[in-house]
Design a protein around this ligand. Structure first.
Ligand code: SAM
Length: 339
């Protein structure tokens, strides 16, 4: 395997001042000082880091060695070898670099499995929180383009992985991702559907051991670079509609999980209305569900790389980008269905 890691040298993306002003107002109020540090990273795309998630189903000969020679290290192994059981035993391997470099993406070839998937390493947090065990039935309610479905398959071999997506174009993209990374011998474990996730809970109540709701949200990173002001303004209007959709998706997930099962809710925004408030409102209205705290040891084992925000109230965990730890934003909350 020949690999080269390069600094991004593309021209700066076009910043949308309308969105920035809005974020300044909202996030300085919600996050205080933490927002201004995150802002420095978000406004400097040339500082963004990229994680390399290895595909355990492909031929990885020489790849790890090449990554090590380029200065990459394994996110889950390096600092706390004695670390938490939730991260110590899983086969998932994600390599990260201290600098904002990236290796090229691999192109799709029929009959060949890609070796790695580039991602924001904080996206692994919801997958680790889901903690899928061998043979479990798992639903990825909002799955396209498939990064987290893929990461789930790197942690364990479920009995069933149901990947759902509502948008036709993104559904097709999801299919292509799965085809590029999952060997034909495992594809019988996958079920890919094109449905509104809000209806799956009533259609398949109690059918799953684990459900991931990686909800549609205001994607802070990309919204800041909305190409035109008009679109930026439209997004900000649409933003007010998102919490309702997110609550409905989360309720559907809770209906779809069996008693004793786990639902993980995640977004890639820092917005309190789309994060803590969604979870609090669902907890208040949905009987028999309790909030699970992610174990402190688990958080500690990742804190060398991820900057966890101090949330008030403390519902879930939020990774916010910081200089040198540019991963996130990523919000994660874990819910357990008791009955
Ligand atoms: N989990 C994906 C990954 O890691 O690659 C990213 C998911 S993205 C944050 C949210 C997805 O939810 C989008 O693809 C969007 O089209 C989809 N979505 C929006 N509304 C939905 C709904 N009602 N039911 C199911 N999916 C929905």
């Amino acid at each position: 395997t020949q690999l080269a890691a390069q600094y991004i040298s593309k021209p700066q993306k076009q910043l949308c001042e309308t969105v920035l002003k809005y974020f300044d107002r909202q996030y300085s109020e919600e996050l205080g000082e933490q927002w201004w540090n995150a802002r420095d990273v978000l406004l400097n795309p040339l500082s963004w880091q990229y994680g390399v998630l290895l595909n355990r189903f492909s031929d990885l000969t020489n790849l790890k060695q090449c990554l090590a020679e380029l200065g990459y290290t394994n996110l889950l192994q390096q600092t706390h070898p004695e670390s938490h059981s939730q991260t110590a035993d899983i086969p998932l391997q994600c390599f990260i670099h201290p600098d904002p470099v990236r290796i090229p993406t691999q192109s799709h070839h029929t009959g060949w499995l890609k070796q790695y998937y580039l991602l924001n390493a904080a996206s692994l947090l919801p997958v680790l929180a889901l903690n899928v065990q061998e043979g479990e039935n798992v639903l990825d309610l909002c799955a396209a383009p498939g990064g987290k479905s893929l990461a789930i398959l790197q942690t364990a071999t479920p009995g069933l992985l149901h990947c759902n997506e509502v948008d036709q174009h993104r559904h097709d993209w999801l299919l292509k991702t799965l085809e590029s990374y999952v060997p034909p011998s495992l594809r019988h474990l996958l079920s890919v559907t094109l449905q509104d996730g809000r209806s799956i809970g009533t259609m398949q109540p109690g059918a799953y051991d684990k459900v991931l709701v990686d909800a549609p949200c205001s994607n802070d990173r990309s919204w800041l670079y909305t190409p035109d002001t008009h679109r930026g303004e439209m997004w900000l209007k649409e933003r007010t509609q998102l919490p309702l959709l997110q609550k409905e998706l989360l309720c559907s997930a809770l209906a779809a999980v069996r008693p004793g099962g786990i639902v993980v809710y995640s977004t890639c925004t820092m917005s309190r209305a789309e994060n803590q408030s969604v979870v609090e409102e669902v907890l208040a209205s949905y009987p028999g569900v309790e909030l699970q705290e992610l174990e402190q040891q688990f958080i500690d084992s990742l804190s060398d790389h991820f900057c966890f925000a101090h949330l008030h109230p403390s519902v879930g965990q939020l990774v916010i980008p910081q200089k040198g730890k540019t991963w996130g934003p990523m919000y994660v909350s874990q819910l357990k269905k008791i009955y």
